[in-house]
Design a protein around this ligand. Structure first.
Ligand SMILES: [Zn+2]
Ligand SMILES: [Zn+2]
Length: 281
């Protein structure tokens, strides 16, 4: 296959397994481009490699979700998300080139259905690092001239950290790297939303939509007029949230629509982080 054929393959790909020879072929073609000094083609091939990897991570994630291996699936989605952040700087895929807009949307939607909300983030100072392109030791005072994130000879420039001083860890809500999911010991995460969705879709390229709606906390429904309000105001419900929409505690409800031949609706489900009915023995 030449570059044009590979592009066509990736553009029309809507299956559950990628052809592994494409990856090897891209490596070969990139070598040839680099040897002949064609930086532009080498960079173009790097972009195609990213596209290939994104699809691969996405397909792996989908299979793992089907097998209910949620944490492993999360890691694959996170990898795809990171590859996207690299590719975005160098390639404009508007118009759904290589189906990337579809993949980006699905990856984001899947991530939103996970119960994970808190992550560990490392706080550290880098003591020594090298450039991935020229292997030289670099520092703020001594630069090698290569820019991080730029593509040289079809490879992305990054820093290889050799020495690090660890300052500590912090628990954060929305870090760049989301692979250090907090795993509490005695409670189990609730994957109810994903379970529900995956009962309705069997193919990684099925289209589905996620809408997040704000709804009143269900506890209001059972609350008597004279009971203490659930919002911790210390006053009676009738004098508090009952007639005050702005005050009311709102909960995210996730509504999923499967846009298939037969359109299916998955009713709104409230977000639950942990299981409330089942605890680990
Ligand atoms: Zn360098
Ligand atoms: Zn209230």
């Amino acid at each position: 296959m030449d570059i044009l054929q590979i592009k066509k393959y990736l553009n029309t790909f809507r299956f559950s397994k990628l052809d592994p020879t494409i990856k090897e072929r891209l490596t070969e073609l990139k070598k040839i481009a680099v040897l002949s000094g064609d930086q532009e083609v080498a960079k173009e091939i790097w972009c195609l490699e990213q596209v290939y990897q994104i699809i691969q991570h996405y397909l792996k994630a989908f299979n793992l979700l089907k097998k209910k291996e949620y944490l492993k699936a999360w890691m694959q989605l996170d990898r795809a998300d990171i590859e996207f952040s690299f590719l975005r700087k160098h390639f404009d895929y508007s118009g759904n080139k290589y189906n990337l807009e579809f993949l980006e949307k699905n990856i984001y939607q899947f991530q939103r259905l996970f119960p994970y909300q808190y992550f560990l983030s490392r706080e550290s100072v880098t003591k020594k690092e090298r450039c991935s392109i020229c292997n030289q030791t670099v520092s703020i005072r001594k630069s090698c001239g290569h820019k991080v994130g730029e593509i040289y000879n079809g490879e992305q420039c990054s820093r290889i950290v050799e020495e690090i001083e660890l300052l500590g860890f912090a628990i954060v809500k929305n870090p760049f790297d989301k692979y250090t999911v907090l795993m509490p010991q005695d409670i189990e995460y609730n994957y109810f939303m994903l379970e529900n969705l995956l009962q309705s879709i069997n193919h990684p390229y099925t289209k589905w939509n996620l809408e997040v709606q704000k709804e009143d906390d269900v506890r209001y429904k059972k609350l008597g007029r004279n009971a203490n309000c659930i919002c911790d105001s210390g006053i009676k419900f009738k004098k508090c949230c009952l007639n005050n929409e702005d005050r009311k505690i709102k909960v995210d409800h996730h509504k999923i629509t499967v846009l298939d031949k037969v359109s299916k609706d998955i009713k709104p489900i409230p977000r639950t982080t942990f299981r409330t009915t089942k605890t680990k023995e």
